[in-house]
Unconditional design. Structure first.
Length: 124
């Protein structure tokens, strides 16, 4: 059942339907639900650049530092996907910049490796 729930949520995020997104959580969906890859709704919302959904999830108590199956945090996703505004927002909301993924990389290291110049200032 959780896989079906997550697939439905992914489609809602893809379609950028904020009202349907909110209904899922109002009807009891866990904001930290994970799919088989360990992705959470927060990871998915960031991948699709859905700032309003990211904000809503954090208001609902989503774990801002929940890691996926390879140890990536939502902040790492924002850096990798070159989303400086979401990156700044996550840090402002308390994202831990020191968490390392399974390969030992932090969000700051990812920013440096992939030339995310506009985000490097957040990791000094």
């Amino acid at each position: 059942m959780e896989d079906e729930d997550f697939l439905r949520l992914e489609e809602i995020v893809y379609n950028n339907d904020l009202e349907a997104f909110k209904r899922e959580f109002e009807n009891g969906m866990d904001p930290d639900i994970q799919n088989i890859y360990g992705w959470t709704p927060l990871h998915i919302a960031i991948r699709r650049d859905r700032r309003d959904m990211v904000e809503y999830l954090l208001e609902q108590g989503a774990d801002i530092d929940k890691v996926d199956g390879v140890g990536w945090t939502p902040l790492m996703e924002a850096v990798m996907d070159d989303m400086p505004e979401i990156c700044a927002f996550l840090i402002e909301k308390g994202a831990d910049v020191t968490i390392a993924n399974k390969r030992g990389g932090t969000a700051g290291m990812i920013a440096q490796k992939f030339g995310r110049e506009s985000m490097l200032k957040y990791f000094k």
